[in-house]
Design a protein around this ligand. Sequence first.
Ligand code: ADP
Ligand code: 5GP
Length: 202
Amino acid sequence: MFVLSSPSGAGKTTLTKKIAENNSGFEISISHTTRKPRPNEIDGKDYHFVSKEKFSILVKENSFFEHANIFDNYYGTLKKTVIELLDQGKDVLFDIDWQGTQQLKKIKNLFIVTIFILPPNIKVLKDRLLNRHQGQEKLIENRMNKFNQEVSHWNEYNYVVVNDDLDICYNKIMKIVSAEKKGIKKKQDFEEIKKKIVELTK
Ligand code: ADP
Ligand code: 5GP
């Protein structure tokens, strides 16, 4: 299981899709959410879009592997989704936040590799959000305000990768994936990463 998390807009959805498109052994775990679909999103492909009522029934039934409240909406991964993908022999990709990652890390005997994605700088992040949510200033402000809080969880992850050029970032992730699948832990220069975090959050 490979988990990608990041502050909103850093590129984890783009990266998980690229990994799944280019590597047939990988499948993305499609989450349930109570947020409304964006114009280009398809129900059942990007998310299973459900009502708050339906989501809370699933919570009560203990159907979720993990779930969280993010930006006033609920998001969760069904146990059933993960079991089906593992039964098919797939490597499962999760695009989930730090709260979900913490819950998965508590489950014993999972082979789970966690990767935190950073934007190259704040301006690029804002431009990406502006591009994705044209005209929705308030929403962008909310997501930018959460940046420092989300980035503070970087050191709970096995790897941290900067998404500047998409192909370079993708190749770095695939190197991590292939090393981990061979049972080799890749070394990262955490001093460099710490410097980057200070620069991003000052
Ligand atoms: P996240 O899932 O982390 O919120 P997305 O994958 O939706 O972020 O990316 C946010 C926006 O930035 C999207 O419009 C996406 O196309 C764009 N994007 C992602 N990675 C890059 C990149 N390396 N260079 C330029 N644009 C990017
Ligand atoms: P977005 O609304 O931009 O698609 O996603 C907002 C946040 O929710 C992102 O950090 C994304 O990784 C996270 N997310 C999406 N699905 C899940 C999920 O099933 N569980 C958890 N914990 N977070 C999720």
